[in-house]
Design a protein around this ligand. Structure first.
Ligand code: 6PG
Length: 473
């Protein structure tokens, strides 16, 4: 009597995924690595807690866990990204057989996934590097799942992933085979990059409403709700609207939270990937930098005392500021998604992954952190044309044309009043450069040629001809 699936790692995400799998009646074996005496019985304790099902068995012995699985085996790892993944793989290997499959469901770096795939392929073990988004609730009720790697492994184990994933509007699973080794975790990384910038955009929007427009958290929550009703629905907007209402005694909890942002790295990884691939990623990279600057709190306090810049506020009694901000918010969100999808497109070309961008957007319409009405629209636009940049679709052009002035307006007003609007300005700058036929880069080329004889191309000569000028004569 064997289990069809094994799961290693009973942290928050692992437990929720296990419960999700059980709710679909899969037969499951679970194992938790012994870290210390206290955690020894994690797996068995968890199994006892699942009293309404008898399709789960818990093990504190790895060999017995592996032996409990039907062959070829499918084992899902829900352990912390980094070293723990390699440790578990090393411990597992002596007990595995050829054709077994390992699924890594953590936020692993795509290059680590590529290495692991190679190492395991030598032992004829399949590997699926799988991005999973949606936090604890998503894992429990239906996350968005991004598996990449061995196609054979996906053909065998995709049914489990597809069953536990969220469903899109047409009731299709928010899980799809992404592509070859590394692509699943790359796509999850870009998901998180987009997530970072959307979060920073919301933070800036809140901040300017609170401290420039003088609105209370409750009023801001109401403003966000009205935007949701106007069609800007997104999970991140909803939770931000909600968290603003949380009180602690007489205070808003948000006012008690230290303004230093943490990060586990995926935003920075996206930025590194963009640098390696030579693509622009300003909204995302700037949101990482904003978190970094937030981290030097004591120096910021010192600088604020030295410079004594005061921010001006304005009690807004008409609706035009809020209406402009809503438009600026939408425009920035569109630009951010355009930027994220361009990174996906470039990676797909360079790594020959043949990513189906529309499918990726579709599995991001539910279960994941960046699910939104905009994602629904992106998914259907890309369905007609997988190759076009988002900002070039006629529907998007129309929206941008009616919102872009508000974006510039808000950024101008906010910066002048002394508020840092990192992502809003990054989006504006990107858009202005992206839509300029003539950029300032001719000066860069002249400078490079001046000091380093790096040569330049000319507007009046064929593109493959390079020129050097002796600038000092
Ligand atoms: C998700 C989240 C998830 C997690 C990130 C947050 O898609 O479910 O992105 O993966 O919350 O680890 O990342 P930071 O800790 O770097 O903000």
């Amino acid at each position: 009597d064997t289990s069809e699936l094994g799961l290693i790692g009973l942290g928050v995400m692992g437990k929720s995924l296990a419960k999700n799998l059980l709710s679909k009646d899969f037969k499951l074996s679970v194992y938790n690595r012994h870290v210390d005496q206290i955690e020894v019985d994690v797996a068995k304790k968890f199994v006892l807690e699942q009293s309404d099902t008898d399709t789960i068995v818990g093990f504190d012995d790895l060999k017995k866990f592996v032996d409990s699985l039907a062959q070829p085996r499918t084992i899902m790892l829900m352990v912390n990204a980094g070293k723990p993944v390699d440790l578990v793989i090393d411990e597992l290997l002596p007990y595995l057989s050829e054709e077994d499959c390992i699924i890594d469901g953590g936020n692993s770096h795509y290059k680590a996934t590529l290495e692991r795939s190679k190492r395991l392929a030598e032992k004829r073990i399949h590997f699926l590097g799988t991005g999973i988004s949606g936090g604890e609730e998503g894992a429990l009720k239906g996350p968005s799942i991004m598996p990449g790697g061995s196609k054979t492994a996906y053909n065998r184990s995709g049914k489990y992933l597809e069953a536990i994933a969220a469903k899109d509007k047409k009731k299709n699973s928010c899980c799809t085979y992404i592509g070859p080794e590394g692509s699943g975790h790359f796509v999850k990384m870009v998901h998180n990059g987009i997530e970072y910038a959307e979060m920073q955009l919301l933070a800036e929007t809140y901040h300017i409403l609170r401290f420039y427009a003088g609105k209370t958290p409750v009023q801001i929550s109401n403003i966000f709700n009205s935007w949701i009703n106007n069609g800007l629905k997104s999970y991140l907007l909803e939770i931000t609207s909600d968290l603003l209402l949380k009180t602690e005694g007489k205070d808003f909890l948000i006012d008690k939270i230290l303004d230093k942002a943490g990060q586990k790295g995926t935003g920075g990884w996206s930025t590194n990937a963009a640098l390696e691939l030579g693509v622009a990623l300003p909204t995302i990279s700037e949101s990482v930098m904003a978190r970094n600057v937030s981290g030097i709190k004591s120096e910021r306090i010192k600088a604020s005392e030295i410079y004594q810049f005061s921010t001006s506020s304005n009690s807004i009694d008409d609706t035009s500021f809020i209406s402009d901000l809503e438009k600026a918010f939408l425009a920035t969100s569109i630009i951010n998604h355009h930027i994220g999808f361009k990174l996906l497109k470039e990676s797909s070309e360079v790594y020959k992954w043949q990513l189906n961008l529309s499918e990726i957007a579709r599995i991001w319409t539910n279960g994941c952190i960046i699910r939104s009405n905009l994602m629904e629209q992106i998914s259907s636009l890309l369905l007609d044309n997988n190759d076009t940049s988002l900002l070039l679709f006629p529907e998007i052009v129309k929206t941008m044309k009616s919102n872009i002035n508000s974006l510039s307006e808000i950024v101008g007003t906010g910066l002048t009043a002394g508020f840092s609007l990192t992502v809003l300005s990054a989006a504006t700058n990107y858009f202005l450069t992206y839509t300029s036929a003539q950029s300032s880069a001719n000066i860069i080329q002249a400078q490079r040629d001046y000091f380093g004889a790096h040569t330049y191309q000319r507007v009046d000569k064929p593109i493959d001809e390079y020129f050097h000028t002796n600038w000092k004569n």
